[in-house]
Design a protein around this ligand. Structure first.
Ligand SMILES: O=c1ccn([C@@H]2O[C@H](COP(=O)(O)OP(=O)(O)O[C@H]3O[C@H](CO)[C@@H](O)[C@H](O)[C@H]3O)[C@@H](O)[C@H]2O)c(=O)[nH]1
Ligand SMILES: [Mn+2]
Length: 870
């Protein structure tokens, strides 16, 4: 009843949502209205010049159940020319190779041959990249349909299945605790029946601060959650909600909203102060206890509020209480709520809030920190996820689960329902292992200098995969089917009964866990709260030990995959090779939002980990060639591309550094006739850009997004990918893996300059190759100008130099964000960069001219003779 009342009130509201103040317009859109038919029509109209609905006839399966999503494809007038240009380019590339073979260089065969290998690889990797993009598909979840089918508007009763929500964190400082509590609050307050989901926080640091922060969260949630429900607040992460300047309210309770808003805001400020002072509170409390209980060995424990010692890591690290060495901890902070809605109290003298029409229940909230022991490889996030998978099986055992990094929050509280539209759809729902949402980011600088938004990937590449077997798993914002994580086969490929029991031993020694598995695989189920007895507690501890997985397939065939820098892509890959499919779910306003590194070095280190992980994938049991017959051919190609793309760097780097040769001599030619060669290249490269423009159109991204992507590709390809390749070679030789550190979150976010991190230079060797490329190409431009001046523009030599210069300039344009980045604070004034650039170019040009005047030919002849010897 209460839920129904709340929903009706909600429907009459009209709340202007979010908007982070940044240039990102999407989140500023009206949230409550976004789901209304009117809004849908507007969205459809906006998209109809690109996307058209696919006519969906009778689908196999239960015909009494409504379809829960619509499928859209790119309109023929865009799709056909797009495919045609791709075909044209394929022909052009082949013609180019034939031409090159016919015009082999005779004076520098080695150079010709090497560049030929490079060009063949460019062509090949382009095919790998392009083929999977031929059929992009968009799927639009129908929230109204799922409500109609699974929720009763009169009784408020819901048949929606259960969801376990996983959040991972490690360090309360590196990953600011404010992000984590906001993430948890947005989850607890999301619009999904409270008795149908549970929230788990995995704290790999085992710090008391996180544990106590969860108590503060549980307390503040008692106010925050009913407030969100009553007024349909979006987004439900308080920091982001209050961060917006303007909040016009169109509901019928204007006055009440204003006063509630004001009060909640004040409470939130106090809540933040308490969170901030937790470090201090705990420190002082522990000092006080330690004074009372001084031990001879002088070990200082960290104490909990109830006067017992914290089992996790201590402020002053001690035996069994340090990072990487402590017991497993699991604490239920909020217990599973009752099945019936509970209305709140009306306003009174000591309670200013009228919650008499609002369901006050909160979902289950659990804190856990797995056991850590020296000598064990804890497998980072993947290890933490697997422990959560087992622990949650005993505590709530929902058939679905969704995972978030601690810096991501729910921005659209219909997101869970949207994901369910795919999981429960009568067509292929049963065979869907996971639903991936795009990653969207706050706090990125307005021009997105380092392509943090990654729109080409999230809106282009992912929609393409969606038309095949489905998007790859991207690490956060992903709804999973529990059965798929247990390594079970999709229904399409398995006998009716799930045979887990026969393999019991494979999943470890816990009978309780194994008994829970069949139940957890049943998609109709809600969650089963378990009465916490002593025996269950013991079992939970067992499930969290380091030794539990010894000799089992955990980390390979079960759960998240181990021994790789990027656990995400391979975990999704394992499901796809089993024949599962996945779905991409992009909704407005964005389902989830998170933070991204805007510092150049951090960003480069992040893509170093991704590209290193990709190569590791290629050289592991997760190689796409080994995937077996259930993987779709084009999906396999996409995975092949995903795991080999960094290799191209060898050739890109070689080409980018090639102008060094020209400094020594004019006689080095990759290909003759040089003029035609350059022309061919220009055509082939231009065609990539034409294809790119089609992709900009159907992916509905901006030109800036696309340019940034091009630029950052070149920045990555000159510095990061070579490093990744080097690491991989070393790993293959020495057998030692790559150590990647946590991506540092933006801690300067609170300082005066919101984008301060953008202007901080952290010098690392990773920057060197790109700097070298910059210098070489600036010099090459200078030399080209010098040549033109020396020889006169109409001499062949000078013309060649100028033609070659086109590429040098192009590379400089691509590396422009990098150049700004290494200038640090000076990067705020790009004019300085241009002055520097002009000065260096003219210096080189003048040097060349003078040098020529003094030594007209010697150098060049020496170099030529060297070239001929080879
Ligand atoms: O020992 C560890 C290390 C990390 N994490 C968590 O893992 C998440 C991701 O780590 P982060 O350093 O933030 O990586 P990003 O580069 O920001 O993350 C992207 O790339 C990762 C590797 O591909 C994916 O796992 C992430 O989901 C994806 O968002 C964070 O929540 C961490 O708290 C742990 O729980 N335990
Ligand atoms: Mn992250």
């Amino acid at each position: 009843m209460a839920a129904a009342v709340t929903r009706r009130i909600n429907a009459s509201l009209h709340v202007e949502a979010t908007g982070n103040g940044a240039a990102d317009g999407e989140s500023r859109r009206d949230s409550a209205a976004a789901h209304s038919p009117a809004a849908k029509r507007i969205n459809d109209a906006k998209n109809s010049d690109v996307w058209v609905a696919v006519q969906e006839g009778d689908m196999p399966g239960d015909s009494s159940r409504a379809l829960l999503f619509r499928t859209m494809k790119v309109k023929g007038s865009i799709l056909h020319p797009y495919r045609f240009v791709i075909l044209l380019r394929l022909i052009a590339v082949i013609a180019f190779f034939i031409w090159r073979i016919r015009h082999r260089n005779h004076d520098g065969v080695w150079l010709w041959f090497m560049s030929m290998v490079g060009d063949v690889w460019f062509g090949f990797s382009w095919v790998l990249n392009q083929l999977p993009k031929l059929n992009p598909i968009k799927r639009v979840p129908d929230i109204t349909a799922i409500r109609d089918q699974y929720e009763s508007s009169t009784s408020g009763e819901s048949k929606l299945p259960g969801i376990d929500v996983f959040v991972t964190t490690v360090d309360p400082v590196d990953e600011p605790i404010l992000y984590t509590v906001n993430s948890i609050l947005s989850i607890i307050a999301t619009d999904y029946p409270a008795e149908k989901y549970a929230c788990y926080l995995s704290d790999d640091g085992g710090t008391l601060v996180h544990y106590e922060a969860m108590f503060e969260v549980a307390n503040f949630a008692k106010l925050w959650v009913p407030f969100c429900r009553k007024h349909c607040i979006e987004p439900r992460a308080p920091e982001n909600y209050f961060g917006v300047k303007r909040q016009p309210y169109m509901g019928s309770m204007q006055e009440e909203f204003m006063s509630d808003h004001r009060r909640v805001r004040r409470e939130y400020e106090e809540f933040k102060v308490r969170i901030d002072s937790l470090f201090n509170t705990i420190y002082q409390r522990s000092e006080a206890y330690n004074r009372k209980n001084t031990k001879e060995d002088g070990v200082k424990a960290t104490w909990m509020a109830d006067g017992t010692q914290w089992p996790g890591t201590w402020i002053e690290q001690a035996e069994n209480h340090r990072k990487g060495q402590h017991a497993g901890i699991v604490k239920v902070i909020l217990n599973h709520p009752s099945y019936k809605p509970q209305l709140g109290p009306p306003a009174s003298i000591d309670n200013p809030f009228d919650f008499s029409n609002v369901d006050m229940r909160l979902p289950m909230l659990v804190y856990l920190s797995r056991e850590k022991r020296p000598g064990y490889n804890h497998q980072k996030k993947a290890g933490a996820m697997n422990v959560m998978l087992r622990v949650s099986a005993l505590l709530s055992n929902a058939p679905f689960l969704i995972n978030f990094d601690c810096d991501h929050y729910i921005n659209n509280s219909q997101a869970f329902r949207a994901a369910m539209c795919f999981m429960l759809d009568p067509r292929d729902g049963q065979n869907t292992a996971f639903v991936q949402f795009p990653q969207r980011f706050d706090d990125v600088d307005p021009t997105d200098r380092y392509a943090n938004h990654n729109r080409v990937f999230f809106d282009g590449t992912m929609l393409s995969l969606n038309g095949l077997q489905g998007p790859s798993y991207l690490g956060t914002g992903t709804m999973f089917r529990r059965a798929a994580l247990y390594g079970m086969e999709p229904p399409r490929w398995r006998a009716d009964t799930i045979k887990v029991i026969s393999k019991a031993k494979e999943f470890g020694e816990s009978t309780l866990f194994i008994n829970s598995m069949i139940d957890g695989a049943n998609q109709e189920r809600s969650i089963t709260p378990l009465f916490l007895e002593e025996s269950v507690n013991n079992e939970l501890s067992t499930l969290m030990t380091c030794a539990y997985e010894d000799g089992t397939p955990w980390g390979r065939d079960v759960g998240w995959v181990y021994n790789i820098a990027t656990e995400d892509v391979v975990t999704g890959f394992r499901m796809h090779r089993q024949g599962w499919r996945s779905m991409y779910c992009s909704i407005e306003p964005a389902a989830f939002r998170g933070t991204a590194p805007i510092n150049l070095t951090e960003r480069l280190l992040q893509i170093l980990r991704w590209s290193g992980g990709s190569l590791e994938m290629f050289f592991s049991h997760s190689n796409a060639f080994l995937a077996g017959p259930r993987m779709q051919p084009l999906q396999r190609i996409a995975y092949l591309n995903m795991s080999t793309y960094p290799i191209v760097t060898i050739f890109i780097l070689a080409y980018n550094l090639f102008p060094v040769m020209w400094l020594i001599s004019e006689q080095f030619y990759i290909q003759r006739p040089f003029g035609s060669y350059i022309l061919y290249l220009i055509i082939i490269i231009a065609m990539i850009h034409v294809i790119g423009m089609f992709e900009v159109k159907w992916a509905n991204i901006t030109l800036l997004d696309w340019c940034r992507n091009e630029q950052f590709y070149m920045i990555g390809a000159t510095g990061v990918y070579p490093t990744a390749v080097l690491y991989m070679v070393l790993k293959l030789i020495t057998g030692k893996g790559i150590h990647f550190r946590l991506t540092s979150k933006q801690t300067e976010a609170c300082s005066n300059d919101k984008f301060a991190d953008l202007y901080v230079v952290r010098w690392v060797p990773l920057l060197i190759p790109t700097i070298a490329v910059l210098i070489v190409n600036v010099a090459a431009v200078g030399v080209a100008i010098g040549k033109a001046a020396t020889w006169g523009l109409f001499k062949e030599q000078a013309q060649h130099a100028v033609l070659g210069m086109v590429f040098n300039v192009w590379i400089l344009v691509l590396l422009y964000p990098f150049a700004l980045g290494i200038m640090g604070q000076w990067g705020k004034k790009p004019a300085i960069l241009f002055i520097l650039l002009l000065m260096s170019i003219s210096t080189v040009a003048i040097m060349y001219v003078t040098f020529r005047a003094i030594y007209p030919s010697d150098w060049s002849e020496i170099a030529t003779s060297l070239g001929k010897q080879n």
